[in-house]
Design a protein. Structure first.
Length: 352
């Protein structure tokens, strides 16, 4: 749309030039002598050019503001705000974009309460900014349906893979339909992929996971006599990212950890641990999380704010990749509590 406006403006200037020339000729005949006529013509030309530039600037600013409104709407649809609580799980998400002024990037996350437990997806699309929106929409749209329909995480992952393949096939067909050869390679469609981490938190706190090329999460826990503890809960090598290879017949969905009441999980994209300062040092995510693990209770929104502030200080505000964070805290009060005390309602009587 902005390009169309610019073309119209150039056409308007071309058609206006003969009128300006005629105005200059009239001024020449009416004013004279020659020196005064030339000065008047120069003043008229400068004033007309200034008005044209100012009008174009106002139109461009309006178009940019509309584009920003579209980006805000896209973000709300794709990375819609997470509910503060899902089935006893308190959660919060945050996103930092490498593109200045961008609101939507290549990172994605979602959490849903399903009949099978709270299910979470965290992913990272190759690339960032507006070029990744289509892939993000395909993966998130598929997850929001499959999470409720598929009884096993393996089925959810296969649905995501099929949705991604359909999306990439459509994009390749569009690229091949363009008149210019090599359009598919220029857009990088031959190497499109998405890292995906799928989690399921069951009512008893058991967390199962299937990982396709994504960083494993961190667990924040407190144990009697040991205090706060931060540890990665990854087990084994993840599968390749979606889009690179077909999924194997058997998917390794396995227990990851048990999230006891008061424990928290911190999910992140690789941009968090790959962020560097001016000296080239990587961001110490585990150490930063250790500083907030002592807080009781762990508040997911506060963890997000603390990590994002530390990231911006570490990098000086110059990010090299999009960064997404998702924190989930188990606030359920069930039989798996560390202490044998019953959960008390506000009235002081045990809940049933």
């Amino acid at each position: 749309m902005i390009r169309t406006r610019a073309v119209r403006w150039r056409r308007g200037v071309v058609f206006a030039l003969p009128g300006l020339w005629a105005l200059g000729v009239v001024a020449w005949e009416l004013v004279g002598p020659r020196g005064e006529a030339v000065q008047l013509l120069a003043i008229i030309a400068v004033a007309a050019a200034g008005c044209a530039v100012a009008g174009r600037r106002r139109r461009l600013l309006r178009e940019l503001e509309r584009a920003r409104e579209v980006a805000v709407t896209a973000q709300r649809v794709l990375l819609r705000p997470l509910p503060p609580r899902l089935d006893g799980i308190t959660l919060a998400g945050g996103h930092l974009s490498v593109s200045e002024g961008a609101l939507v990037g290549g990172d994605l996350y979602e959490a849903l309460a399903t009949p099978y437990g709270v299910r979470i997806v965290m992913g990272d699309v190759r690339g960032h900014g507006l070029t990744a929106i289509g892939t993000v929409a395909a993966v998130l749209g598929s997850f929001r349906e499959a999470a409720h329909d598929e009884p096993a995480l393996a089925g959810v992952l296969r649905r995501l893979d099929r949705a991604l393949q359909r999306h990439l096939s459509c994009e390749r067909a569009r690229a091949e339909a363009q008149s210019r050869p090599g359009a598919e390679q220029e857009r990088g469609l031959g190497e499109e992929f998405v890292t995906v981490l799928l989690l399921e938190i069951r009512p008893d706190g058991l967390v199962t996971a299937v990982n396709c090329g994504h960083p494993w999460p961190y667990r924040l826990s407190r144990t009697a006599g040991e205090g706060a503890r931060v540890a990665s809960v990854g087990r084994g090598d993840p599968l390749p990212p979606l889009g690179l290879f077909p999924l194997p017949p058997e998917l390794p969905v396995a227990p990851l950890t048990r999230l006891l009441p008061g424990d928290a999980l911190v999910l992140h994209t690789d941009g968090a641990e790959d962020a560097r300062d001016a000296a080239g040092s990587f961001f110490p995510l585990a150490a930063v999380l250790d500083a907030v693990a002592d807080r009781t209770p762990v508040v997911p929104a506060a963890v997000i704010e603390h990590v994002q502030s530390a990231l911006l200080r570490h990098t000086g505000g110059r990010l090299s990749d999009d960064i997404a964070l998702l924190v989930l805290s188990n606030d359920r009060c069930r039989a798996q509590e560390r202490a044998p005390r019953p959960c008390l309602a506000r009235s002081g009587r045990p809940r049933r």
